[in-house]
Design a protein around this ligand. Structure first.
Ligand code: PFF
Length: 450
């Protein structure tokens, strides 16, 4: 039975797909705005530490678990232990919630791509902020762009052409990377850039609180696409001879590099132009036009940048819709087309609420947040880490970390230098305990402070 499941043609196919899922709006939009809100370099340091200690460790666990069971999310838990099936559901719910606001931001990126034709020169920083605010708070335009983004996602998954899109997109990703490098140089050489660099790279550890730790933890899961079955599902397509420790390090490394560079573009510009670093979800959209405006052929660079960003966001969105649809197919026997259309449409409708909460519905709050932030915070800070915790515990203690290590090393055939550390310490104790401690500290049970 195992033989009949299709696998990626090669290891590089997995790397393409997983990087396509991981690299997206999380790196360019979400990461910088969290850094800005949660204390700059202090957040960055915590984030990098968590990528290493929890991110890569859980990534290896998800890929191994996926390849071993050759199932997607809920099915994977079930096939090892029936009682654990609900564990996979947390991830499905997270994916559903994430895609509904993710698609709204994807729509913003499409809108900013079109801005290339009119140009990115706003009169001054305040005008750029006004432009963004007026756009996202209007009742119709952002909903239409959200519809375009979600429509494209549904179209791709419906027609089962995600492989093609992923390959195509990953050929374009080096272009995004080069563009990011060029923008980094431009931003770093802006007059007044040093203040931004200091904010981004010189940590003030007194700013670390439980809330900062939780936001960083949530962002690690979000950006690596962990905790909702995307990476697990891709792992299920990985070939028996492929090198799990290798692919599980390369993808997070690329992802982290892109996020880090995004910060190097945004923060120098934030301070050079007098923007507010802690303004939240508008940060990248408000700041980047100033960077484009300060370059020759800025419209061209800006247009290319947002085009590639939309593409990167689409490959992530595909990997969000796919597990949600797969769940309806596997659990309820829906046809693929029905699952994609119905779930995609529901996500679109929920996303309309997220979009309107930036304007006409901003007064409606859930636990103090507007609907958009509620979706963003609940999925990122609660559902993904909880799902990650459950997966880590399951892999280490129910399936068993020895079995997991055997899977990760292809029965000992490949070298995994820190494999024993991973199996006996990191996935068994360090990752679950750290996630738990961060949760407890964020609700004030364990105090953090230096
Ligand atoms: N990792 C994607 C990003 O950083 O943009 C978002 C994402 C995709 C989150 C898939 C979760 C997921 F399962």
């Amino acid at each position: 039975m195992e033989q009949s499941r299709e696998t990626f043609g090669s290891q590089i196919g997995f790397i393409f797909a997983a990087a396509g899922s991981a690299i997206g709006l999380g790196n360019i939009w979400r990461f910088p705005y969290l850094v800005g809100m949660y204390g700059g370099a202090a957040f960055l340091v915590v984030y990098l530490a968590i990528v290493l200690i929890v991110g890569v460790v859980c990534f290896i666990a998800e890929v191994s678990f996926g390849r071993h069971t050759r199932q997607s999310n809920v099915g994977a838990f079930k096939s090892v232990n029936k009682a654990w099936a609900p564990a996979g559901l947390i991830g499905i719910l997270a994916g559903f919630m994430i895609l509904s606001f993710y698609s709204v931001v994807g729509g913003w990126a499409i809108r900013y791509f079109f801005q290339a034709f009119a140009g990115y020169s706003f009169a001054d920083p305040a005008a750029s902020a006004d432009f963004f605010g007026a756009f996202v708070s209007s009742p119709l335009a952002p909903v239409i762009y959200h519809g375009l983004f979600m429509g494209a996602t549904i179209y791709i998954v419906y027609n089962g052409i995600q492989d093609g899109i992923e390959k195509y997109s990953n050929i374009m990703m080096p272009a995004l990377f080069v563009l990011i490098l060029i923008l980094t140089v431009r931003s770093l050489t802006l007059p007044g850039a040093h203040e931004g660099l200091e904010f981004y790279l010189k940590p003030d550890f007194s700013r670390i609180t439980g809330e900062v730790l939780l936001a960083a933890l949530g962002q690690v899961f979000f950006t690596l696409s962990l905790g909702m079955g995307s990476i697990l599902t891709y792992g299920s397509y990985l070939g028996k001879d492929d090198n799990i420790p290798y692919v599980s390090t390369v993808v997070p490394l690329m992802d982290t590099l892109i996020a880090f560079l995004a910060g190097l573009i945004i923060f120098p510009a934030v301070f050079a132009y007098g923007f507010q670093p802690d303004q939240g979800g508008g940060l990248a959209f408000v700041t980047l036009p100033a960077v484009f405006d300060a370059m020759p052929a800025g419209n061209l660079f800006g247009g290319a940048f947002f085009f590639l960003l939309v593409l990167a966001a689409l490959t992530s969105a595909i990997s969000l819709l796919e597990p949600v649809a797969a769940y309806m197919i596997e659990e309820y026997g829906w046809t693929r087309n029905k699952a994609v259309l119905i779930m995609g449409t529901i996500i679109f409708v929920v996303g309309i609420g997220a979009s309107l909460s930036q304007g006409v519905w901003s007064h409606i709050t859930f636990f103090g947040d507007n609907f958009f932030d509620f979706l963003d915070n609940t999925s990122g800070n609660i559902l993904l880490p909880v799902s990650g915790l459950v997966t880590a515990i399951f892999v280490a203690w129910v399936w068993g970390s020895d079995n997991a290590l055997r899977e990760a090393t292809n029965d000992g055939a490949i070298k995994f230098a820190w494999g024993n550390l991973w199996a006996n310490v990191l996935i068994k104790y360090v990752a679950p305990i750290l996630i738990t401690v961060v949760f407890l500290s964020s609700i004030g049970i364990i105090p953090v402070g230096i």
